[in-house]
Design a protein around this ligand. Structure first.
Ligand SMILES: Cc1ncc(COP(=O)(O)O)c(C=O)c1O
Length: 431
């Protein structure tokens, strides 16, 4: 039975009403799943295409709808719920911090935020943190950081960015301009001065790296673009090319960061250090929090008054992120992501080998993995069938079935999910 939130509706079967200003507000504690879906269809802005299920509760890697039906969640939002749903330590921390102090403005320090900055910078091996609320905002901060860095040094002509085809950086105007899939930019115009080149093509980057380039921005593994890892040595080659050209190197670690790839951040083990990175998604374990992290050399690029956000770095979000970092450490989830990722990879490879008419192969790192389907198949069309079989997954690009489970997932749960995928794919006619 639903415990629906109050909804503003004139038609629902009300069991209690109260007036809030001029419009009538009907509080209905007994809306069925169908009532909720009908109300969603009328009231929610239709910019998404959600599956027809209303989720109400989660535990670990399991999600339950308002009628109590269970799904295995191997998507974790999209790579967000890093420590699983309802982790007791995260829940306790958020609850206690909410009672203690939820928000102060950026006119004051707060203890949780200072501690988070220190703990996050130490893990990222970077020096400074600026907090925000989402991945797009973190990339927006990178964008502004790079332009202001050169501007502040009197190099006002350095405003252009090099980004990559199929990259995804978010939906704000700056972030969407960096995004490499034209359909996301269509009709919005763009913030001038972004050149997109093929991901992994260092020669193409070098050809574009003129004296007008402020920065190159890349994902260590392209997530939305199809779970595509950077070719070996690519990040290091980017670093060298940027240094030679006087441009900054920015990494979007929104999907790859905070342990997902089996190391704290995607650039670790690459032999290079970027100038700045964007972090969000898994950092709050489901609580909205993002960050821009950079080297000490960039600490002066955005002086007071040039950038900020009301909610960035608030005590509640900071406490949540600190709890996530603590849980990841205490439960050894970075090393576990690597080991469980190998298990998942082997199982997905076996599916690809067993069903060569519909699968092309598997790829990814750690617990960000994709099963690549044959050209002509559309993953989005298969997701409802997978949900019918009890597994929630997402599409990355047109034909990559993405696994981005909570880092606490067990090998048994991964195997359960892969078995459902195999069953569904066995019935798919080859393209
Ligand atoms: C690599 C990357 N950057 C940025 C974003 C945007 O993050 P948000 O939706 O939190 O704004 C995403 C979201 O999928 C992402 O995968």
């Amino acid at each position: 039975m639903s415990t629906a939130a109050p909804l503003t509706t004139a038609t629902s079967t009300a069991s209690a009403t109260r007036s809030r200003g001029p419009s009538r507000v009907v509080v209905s504690p007994d809306m069925s799943q169908k009532d909720l879906l009908d109300t969603a269809a009328r009231r929610l802005y239709p910019n998404y295409r959600p599956a027809p299920m209303v989720l109400a509760r989660g535990q670990g890697c399991e999600l339950f709808d308002v009628d109590g039906r269970r799904w295995l969640d191997l998507a974790a939002g999209v790579a967000v719920c890093s420590v699983g749903h309802g982790h007791p330590e995260l829940v306790r921390t958020i609850t206690e911090q909410a009672a203690k102090l939820m928000h102060v403005s950026n006119y004051f320090y707060n203890e949780e935020n200072i501690r988070l900055a220190d703990e996050l910078c130490a893990r990222a091996e970077l020096d400074r943190a600026m907090f925000c609320n989402s991945g797009a905002e973190a990339n927006e901060a990178l964008f502004k950081l790079a332009r202001r860095h050169h501007y502040g040094r009197g190099d006002k002509g350095r405003t252009r960015f090099i980004a990559f085809d199929n990259a995804f950086h978010g939906r704000t105007m700056g972030a969407v301009s960096l995004t490499g899939t034209p359909k996301y930019r269509e009709g919005f115009g763009e913030v001038a001065g972004v050149t997109h080149v093929a991901y992994g093509d260092i020669d193409a980057v070098k050809r574009e790296l003129g004296p007008d380039v402020a920065a190159v921005i890349a994902e260590p593994v392209q997530g939305e673009g199809g779970v595509l890892p950077a070719p070996k040595g690519f990040l290091l080659a980017l670093r060298e090319a940027c240094d030679a050209a006087g441009a900054l190197l920015l990494l979007d670690e929104v999907q790859t960061g905070v342990g997902r790839l089996g190391r704290w951040f995607g650039f670790h083990e690459s032999g290079m250090r970027p100038d700045a990175i964007a972090v969000a998604k898994g950092l709050g374990g489901g609580f909205p929090v993002g960050a821009m992290l950079c080297t000490e050399a960039l600490a002066g690029a955005l002086p007071p008054g040039t950038h900020g956000t009301t909610f960035g770095g608030n005590p509640l979000a900071s406490a949540a992120a600190r709890a996530v970092l603590r849980i990841i450490d205490e439960e050894g989830l970075v090393a576990a992501a690597k080991k469980k990722g190998e298990h998942l990879s082997a199982e997905l490879r076996a599916v690809a080998e067993a069903l060569p008419n519909v699968c092309e192969g598997e790829r990814g790192e750690g617990l960000l993995r994709g099963l690549v389907l044959k050209k002509g198949l559309v993953v989005r069309d298969l997701l409802p069938k997978l949900a019918e079989n009890g597994v929630l997954l997402t599409a990355a690009g047109e034909r990559v079935l993405r696994f981005s489970p909570p880092l606490v997932v067990s090998e048994a749960e991964l195997s359960e999910g892969v078995a459902a995928v195999r069953k569904v794919l066995a019935d798919v006619p080859p393209p």
